[in-house]
Design a protein around this ligand. Structure first.
Ligand code: HEM
Length: 505
């Protein structure tokens, strides 16, 4: 080897050393990103996260303790800026809401299900999102429509109570989550398609939507697109699942169209009057940049409503009941409030719920202590901007970690304790759940992308809880006591789903 070769080799090694250091600190990209753990060249922190074999949320908790309220993780080619403090979340989502209201690019697999981001939750901040969201709000969840559709909830709740009685008689106990999921799913299907369908068909729709959620959770090629060819099989499976979803929902859409346009209703499946179902409003919708929508888009837009509204509300009911089962004092107080309002043998109606402050406090405390999702959906900025003195480039993932806010001992006294009373007299009084006046809890997000159906979600939870506690006393199953261990699915659910004994009151 010549001296010149040795010199080139040495210079090469020095260059590599500096390049590695530069990459590990900056991810090879922007220089003024928030701080974060040093990563490896090209893959950033991706494999460090995978090798830890812990859920992402626990890693984020540790990083927050080390790097503070805002930090960066370089996950392959995706840059994640994680925001965790109350002030920064409020600044980003409310004070500078328009800038932080977009969504990052979708992975190819998610694009299969969103038909190119034609859904409220995934559309970028712009005219398409505005048109879809405005249509949803005015057509499905304005107060008049919610009232007009109360018969759907009455029907679903009657089935729910009968099912609970049957299950308790057959097994000696009931499973809370599966029953609540089925009931809420049947309400949302009826709101979307105006149709009453059999429980078996509801279960099929529910299971397909669950598979879609699993299929669209982040995978390796989402962070390293260069690996996509190795995941051809998964892509094929995603397309097959999409076909199953279409085969399941398109016939329902066609029947509804025949009912709306020609009055056809051979088996009396269509029960909502013309104009009262969400799908009716989509038939004539022409959102900017899309023109009139087709069956693929209808399937996507209705599925997002059923998915977004089912697990979130059912999880909340399950966590609330866990505390009512574990703490009979709270359950008795709630039962007394319901009886004082409607009598022992009366029926809880939707308008009665407003007269039950303790119920409201139980639900808020459940959303504080067990927010269904610990992160909001991924946000993105519409343009490069600054937050907390750092640069936030357009199109990086801005991940809002809201769960930390409700665990912060500087904002809540004894944050780990389940104490509904704090919302009647204590640190929860005057808390703004929408986050507009300040973020002390944000189960529905805050600002422009806040959940547009928070009122409907809360109505479902309140109604289920009030009716279930009014009709039955809820007790632990001695051989399967309530277990508050969490696991992370689409929402944060119980690892061992809650089972309870129910005694008619
Ligand atoms: C307890 C029940 C519910 C909870 C806790 C909840 C929570 C959330 C959260 C955290 C977001 C993300 C906000 C963000 O990214 O900033 C969201 C978005 C959304 N939710 Fe809900 N939700 C609930 C019920 C519902 C229901 C019943 C529906 C429909 C009927 C619904 C439809 C949506 C939609 C369409 C979005 C996307 C909004 C957008 O991107 O503009 N949610 N929800």
């Amino acid at each position: 080897m010549d001296v010149i070769d040795i010199l080139i080799l040495t210079l090469g090694l020095i260059f590599l050393r500096f390049w590695w250091r530069y990459w590990s600190l900056t991810g090879g990209g922007f220089k003024n990103l928030p701080p974060g753990p040093p990563g490896w060249p090209l893959v950033g922190n991706l494999f460090q996260v995978i090798l830890q074999r812990r859920h992402f949320i626990y890693i984020v908790r540790d990083l927050r303790a080390k790097y503070g309220p805002i930090f960066t993780m370089q996950m392959g080619q995706r840059t994640l800026v994680i925001v965790t403090s109350s002030q920064l979340i409020h600044e980003a989502l409310v004070q500078r809401g328009a800038t932080f209201a977009s969504r990052p690019p979708d992975s190819p697999m998610r694009l299969v299900f969103s038909v190119g981001k034609c859904a409220i939750n995934s559309a970028e901040y712009g005219p398409l999102w505005r048109a879809l969201r405005r249509n949803f709000v005015t057509e499905l969840i304005n107060p008049t429509r919610i009232k007009q559709c109360s018969w759907i909830r009455k029907w679903a709740l009657e089935n729910h109570m009968k099912r609970l009685k049957r299950e308790a008689f057959e097994n000696g106990f009931v499973e809370v989550m599966s029953n609540c999921r089925l009931t809420i799913c049947s309400v949302l299907i009826c709101l979307c398609f105006g149709a009453k369908i059999s429980e078996d068909r509801i279960k099929i729709i529910e299971s397909i939507l669950k598979d879609v959620m699993l299929m669209t959770t982040p995978k390796l090629p989402d962070f390293l697109p260069v690996l996509a060819p190795l995941f051809r099989k998964q892509m094929r499976e995603a397309k097959q699942l999409r076909n199953r979803q279409l085969e399941c929902l398109v016939p329902l859409i066609r029947k509804r169209r025949a009912f709306v346009e020609k009055g056809e209703n051979p088996i009396s499946e269509m029960v909502s009057p013309v104009g009262a179902a969400y799908i009716d409003s989509l038939f004539g919708l022409e959102p900017p940049g899309r023109g009139s929508l087709g069956e693929e888009e209808f399937v996507t837009l209705c599925s997002e409503i059923i998915s977004a509204g089912t697990d979130t509300s059912a999880t909340t009911v399950e966590w609330a009941l866990l505390h009512l089962v574990m703490n009979q004092g709270i359950q008795q107080k709630l039962y007394k409030e319901v009886v004082d309002c409607v009598g022992k043998d009366g029926l809880v109606r939707e308008e009665d719920l407003e007269k039950m402050p303790y119920l409201g406090a139980v639900v808020k405390e459940t959303l504080r202590r067990h927010p269904p999702s610990h992160f909001l959906l991924s946000h993105a900025t519409t343009e490069e901007t600054e937050l907390c003195g750092y640069t936030i480039p357009a199109n990086v993932n801005v991940e809002i970690y809201t769960a930390w806010v409700t665990e912060d001992p500087e904002l809540w006294s004894d944050p780990g304790e389940f104490r509904p009373e704090r919302f009647l007299e204590g640190d929860g009084v005057d808390v703004d759940v929408t986050g507009t006046r300040g973020v002390k809890m944000a189960p529905f997000g805050a600002g422009r992308r806040i959940c547009p159906a928070a009122n409907l979600g809360i109505l479902h939870v309140n109604l289920l809880l009030a009716r279930m506690v009014h009709a039955f006393k809820w007790l632990p199953v001695p051989k399967a006591p309530p277990d508050p261990t969490e696991t992370f699915a689409f929402t944060v659910v119980m690892k061992n789903p809650l089972k309870a004994i129910i005694l008619p009151r």
